[in-house]
Design a protein around this ligand. Structure first.
Ligand SMILES: Cc1cc2nc3c(=O)[nH]c(=O)nc-3n(C[C@H](O)[C@H](O)[C@H](O)COP(=O)(O)OP(=O)(O)OC[C@H]3O[C@@H](n4cnc5c(N)ncnc54)[C@H](O)[C@@H]3O)c2cc1C
Length: 293
């Protein structure tokens, strides 16, 4: 891939304000560049033939950086994945997001790639999706008709497709403050360490003593988009936590998901791994919630 050249000429522009960027987006055949770790690959493969203008949004200060306040975390769209994984508030308050970030790609890619790019690229394997969805995160969009805020678990539509409309930019991802006695964990299985997931899972639990009082489960690489499984998660609520319960939940997930065979894995393997990995994620999430087993 790195030996390929980009087989076309295009205009390049790098505005310094959001207003300017949104204005440029009104033109025909503009493609947004953040870190470029997905877009440049597509350009090199010749699959962005229509692009006339590349709009680099990385110089817009209001799209970058992490702020933490009494409402939770605000992560600007162009914040590099590596900056998020090193942020003390993220490490402390959203460890499942950090699990996902450190498991993504190689560090060089994480210094270029952004969280906004991971969301808008809308791959079924997008690793930041699961943690953001189970933490109750929201996606902030801005376009010609103003601002929209969409729950992260409603953002993805299908491979490469999201709720983002033409002319809009993803401006930020926000995560609410997490309740006391809650915890979450992300696990993924890859061919080699810095690789795209064959399958991933994120589990979130809240507890009151030994009882699970809330639960969310997200899965990656098992459907046409990153998904949550609210019906299965509901079955854990009100039950006493135990390794047996976590194994039962994992078996239900494995039975329910409908993965496909592709270049990274088979449907059969993905189901078999889910049967183990979801139970492990429950255990770590439960321990992070302060629970004992
Ligand atoms: C070697 C390698 C390994 C990788 N490993 C992983 C992995 O393990 N897990 C994983 O999930 N991904 C992985 N990726 C994919 C990629 O690195 C991530 O999806 C990354 O987060 C993309 O961010 P970016 O800023 O580089 O996006 P870009 O390539 O800049 O953009 C991606 C898409 O989103 C659009 N876009 C970007 N930002 C915005 C915005 N704010 N508003 C509107 N549109 C926008 C672009 O137009 C483009 O269509 C890997 C990529 C490579 C090259």
């Amino acid at each position: 891939m790195n030996t390929r050249i980009i087989p076309k000429e295009y205009n390049y522009t790098a505005p310094q304000t959001l207003a300017e960027a949104l204005d440029i987006l009104k033109q025909k055949n503009v493609r947004v560049l953040a870190g470029g770790t997905d877009l440049i690959v597509r350009l090199k493969m010749g699959s962005e033939e229509a692009m006339e203008t590349m709009l680099d949004i990385k110089r817009i200060p209001e799209l970058k950086g992490i702020a933490y306040c009494e409402k939770g975390a605000h992560i600007g769209a162009t914040t590099a994945l590596a900056d998020i994984e090193e942020n003390a508030e993220i490490i402390k308050n959203y460890p499942a997001l950090r699990d996902a970030l450190v498991a993504m790609a190689a560090i060089a890619v994480r210094h270029m790639g952004t969280i906004g790019g991971n969301f808008v690229n809308a791959s079924p394997v997008a690793d930041t999706a699961g943690p953001v969805m189970v933490y109750g995160g929201q996606v902030h969009l801005k376009g010609p008709e103003g601002e929209r805020v969409i729950p992260a678990d409603e953002f993805f539509v299908g491979p490469g497709k999201s709720q983002l409309k033409e002319g809009e930019l993803l401006t930020a991802i926000t995560l609410p403050v997490q309740p006391a006695d809650s915890g979450a964990a992300f696990f993924k299985k890859t061919r080699v360490k810095p690789d795209i997931s064959k399958i991933s899972t994120t589990v979130y639990v809240e507890r009151d003593g030994e009882t699970i009082t809330n639960c969310r489960i997200a899965m990656g690489a098992v459907a046409a988009k990153p998904i949550t499984l609210p019906e299965i998660a509901k079955e854990a609520i009100g039950k006493k936590a135990s390794k047996a319960l976590f194994a039962e939940m994992a078996a239900k997930v494995a039975d329910t998901i409908k993965p496909i065979d592709d270049i990274r894995s088979t449907a059969e393997y993905r189901k078999a791994v889910a049967n183990v990995m979801v139970a492990e994620a429950f255990e770590v999430a439960w321990k992070r919630a302060g629970g004992a087993l």
